[in-house]
Structures are given as structure tokens and as C-alpha cells.
Design a protein around this ligand. Sequence first.
Ligand SMILES: [Zn+2]
Length: 266
Amino acid sequence: MPELPEVETIKRELGKVILGKKITEIIINNPKVIKEPGRSDFVKGLKNNTIKNILRKGKLLILELSSGKDLAIHLRMTGQLVYPGNGKTSRVSFRLSDGEILDFNDRRLLGELRLLDKWEELKFVKDMGPEPFDLGIEKFKEMLAKKKTKIKPLLMDQTFISGVGNLYAAEALFRARIHPERPASSLSDKEKENLLKEIKDTLKEAIEHKGSSIDQYVQLSGQRGDYVKYHKVYGREGKPCVVCKALIKRTSMGGRGTYFCPKCQR
Ligand SMILES: [Zn+2]
């Protein structure tokens, strides 16, 4: 699933190519990804609107429109935004005033498009925890101190911290040398400081490499993100640890594949 670096990459690329353009036509090939309002209001509400601003909140992408409404896009598992697109293989496409098409592709149809009065009013947005980049160490320490749950699922909990998912939680925990099953409250102050730093550094590096193309994620151009080749544990089961050469293990935590080094991570 695209996480903060992937959505941030798309946001930055969209900013270069669709900002200030008008949506002249909405092509719906499969309405299932349109969550609200209904199909005809969705089309009416979008048509002839200029894209004024592009925002990201956690893994949510928001296009602010000239009408004052917002188009909120969640890619979920297999959503893609591609420009210029073709309008044919997408679920929904937007023809823009430059004549080009922005495609919303989604193989598994789990993505979500919403035309809203205010994206800030979405319940899951209100429930979102802070982004790692907005977090200071004192606040992070305080947040972890009360939590007895395991550290990895906690990092992936969007109400705790927003933007981090399965992949970057695994990478940051490896870099901080913390076992993914440790109770959050058991981390020492030093480990907490280290972990927050590694979360931020991992996300920053992934943004520089335009994200990780696992599953279906691609950049706006359709090209793959480059960060996969820098993964230290994710997807590396049975391969030697880059630090100690022990074999990377994979377990399942809460139904998600979890990769770690049994020797480095304690
Ligand atoms: Zn190791």
C-alpha cells in the first residue's frame, strides 16, 4: 500500500502538472471507487472546476477546487494516479483543460474518491495522529509511554502516527535495532529518540527515491519508485542482513508480513 513517501511523491508531481488546470470532463469506467456523493453529483460538482491547490494528509491526497470543494483521493492497496493517461484502462479519469487525461487506476477497486465540502471533516482525518515530521522527541516519548501494545502495529496505527505503514515501520525498526514485537512502553529513552530519528530519515530517503514500487504503486509518470533497492529488511526474507549477515526473518503480525533481523533487532 502506498505510504507517506509514495503519496508525497505523487502530490509533488501533480503540483508540477495539474495545478491551475480545469477539469473539463469526468470519465467514469467503474463507479465503485466513488464513495460520495452519487455519480451524477460527483460529475456535476467537479466539472469546470480549476485545481487550486494539492495537499497531503497522512496517506490521503486532496485536490482543492475553485468551487471551494475538495476532491479527496485515497489510493488504498492498488490505486494509481497516472498523467498523461488514456481514459480507457482507468476506473475514473479526469480530462483537463490542457487536453490531457489524469487516470485513476485501481486493480482491486479498494481506492476511494470523495467530493467533499471540507476534507478536514472526514472522520478518519479527525482521528489521525500527527505525522512523524511534525513530531518532537518529548511528545513521541510521552505518546509511547502509555502504550503496552507491540511497537510495530502501533507505528502503523494511523490514529497514533499518520503516514507510516507496514513497509516503513519495518525499515525504521530495523534501523533503530528494535524488535517489532517489543511492547512500546518497554523502549528506553535512547531507543525512542533513535526510533523517531530513523522513522524520519527513512521517510525522507524514500521520498528522495520517489517511493517504493511494491504492489501496484507507480509515480505519476507511470514509472516505478526506486526505493525498493534500498530496503534493508522489507521483502528480504532469507537474505543476509546488511549489518550482521544473519538471515532476515519474516513473521506475521496482525495479518501483515513483518520482516526483521533476529540478531540486530532486540
Ligand atoms: Zn542483522
